[in-house]
Structures are given as structure tokens and as C-alpha cells.
Design a protein. Structure first.
Length: 160
């Protein structure tokens, strides 16, 4: 029963957070819903690949938060254990990077400068949030284990 409850919470938070930013807003306000998709256009094809890769990476991160961390992607329902497996072995913020790949794929589909600016503002806001709130909170919660992790794994650029 615990697993089902965690899965439901994860689905709700995924719909509310990345679903809103990378789904609803681009569809509703930046023309994604009205793109005349051309599969022979290499930019459109690249955009579709980026969206698929971003969505797959995001789902992988959400799964890892639930499976290893016993929590969700929401700051109000975070993992109870420090997640350092899966994509988190290579970069500290793969979930935000997954959303970045997804939205930049949408930019490729729409050709929208406004959507690109929307993404850039979001990414600056995420960087501020991560630096000023999320990382200090993780340091308080997980102490030395997070300090070691932060020393070994980069914030944004993956290390393989």
C-alpha cells in the first residue's frame, strides 16, 4: 500500500511541476499545440527526439526518487534518503536538466523565441532555487554524506 501511495504522489507532483512548466504552458501559451509537424524537417525530428529523451530521463529521475529516496520531486514531499544512484551518479540535478532537454525540444518544434526566453528565465530561477534553497536544505538534512556527494558530482555538467 505504501508503494501505491508513493506512486500516486509522484504522478500528482510530476503533473503539477514539470507537467505545468514543460507541458501546459508551452501548449497553451507558446504555440506548441499548433505546430504543423513535418517529420521530414530535421529540426522537427531533432525536437521530437529531444522531447522523448527529456521525458524518458525525467521519468527515470522520478522513479529513482521514489525507489531509492522514498519521496517525490516536490520540495514539500522530498526523498527521505539521499539519492545518489542512476543519473544522480553523474550530475546533481538531472531532473532539471531533463526538463531543459524537453523544453529545448519544444523550442526546436515551435521555433519560438518567446519559448526560449521562457526556458532561460526558468533556468535562472531554478539555479537560484537550487543554490539558495535546495542545496542548503540538503546539507542540513543529510550532512556529511551530501557534502561528499556535492564534492564528487557536479551541479549541472555531467561527469562520466
Amino acid at each position: 500500500m505504501k508503494g501505491l501511495w508513493l506512486a500516486l504522489r509522484s504522478i500528482v507532483w510530476a503533473a503539477l511541476l514539470p507537467g505545468l512548466f514543460a507541458g501546459y504552458v508551452p501548449l497553451r501559451f507558446f504555440g506548441l499545440a499548433h505546430v504543423p509537424l513535418t517529420l521530414t524537417n530535421p529540426v522537427h525530428l531533432g525536437g521530437l527526439v529531444a522531447i522523448a529523451v527529456g521525458a524518458l530521463l525525467l521519468l527515470t529521475c522520478i522513479w529513482e526518487f521514489g525507489h531509492s529516496g522514498r519521496g517525490t520531486l516536490s520540495p514539500v514531499d522530498p526523498p527521505r534518503e539521499l539519492v545518489v544512484k542512476g543519473l544522480y551518479r553523474y550530475v546533481r540535478n538531472p531532473m532539471y536538466l531533463s526538463v531543459t532537454v524537453l523544453v529545448l525540444g519544444e523550442v526546436m518544434l515551435t521555433g519560438s523565441r518567446a519559448l526560449f526566453i521562457y526556458w532561460a528565465v526558468w533556468f535562472v530561477a531554478v539555479n537560484v532555487f537550487v543554490t539558495w534553497y535546495e542545496e542548503p536544505a540538503l546539507r542540513r538534512q543529510f550532512g556529511e554524506s551530501y557534502e561528499r556527494y556535492a564534492r564528487d558530482v557536479r551541479r549541472w555538467l555531467p561527469r562520466f
